[in-house]
Design a protein. Sequence first.
Length: 134
Amino acid sequence: MDLTIKMSEKNILHSTNLPNKEIPQIKTKKPRRSREAEPTPFISTQTSLSGASKGTFKDASNPLWLSISEAAKISGVQTKTIRRAIQSNAVKYKVTKNRYLVDFASMIIYLYSKKKLRNKLKNFGIGQYINEWK
């Protein structure tokens, strides 16, 4: 049987012989926010690709969802780049069983938004296997 003695802050103050100004402050932790309570943001994928095919993507009836590591491998960037895009709501994503899943079409649109990311997609991602993108 575990016997523990709990003392209130008042008892701790009286049990020490230190003046009040030398008593260390007790820090309490803030409760963690639950991610399940946050709504999943939606970013429309009906934006045109700048510098690409001048076409538009329309919402697919059955979109392709990739994990962060899969999205990073396919796009030729690091996982922190994908996480940064999720944090800034630049890609469409959802959280399933505490895992982030990224929409493939919105990820391609995000990668085409900046020249550096577009070059990484073409040289290190799936673009190195597709001749029409070069």
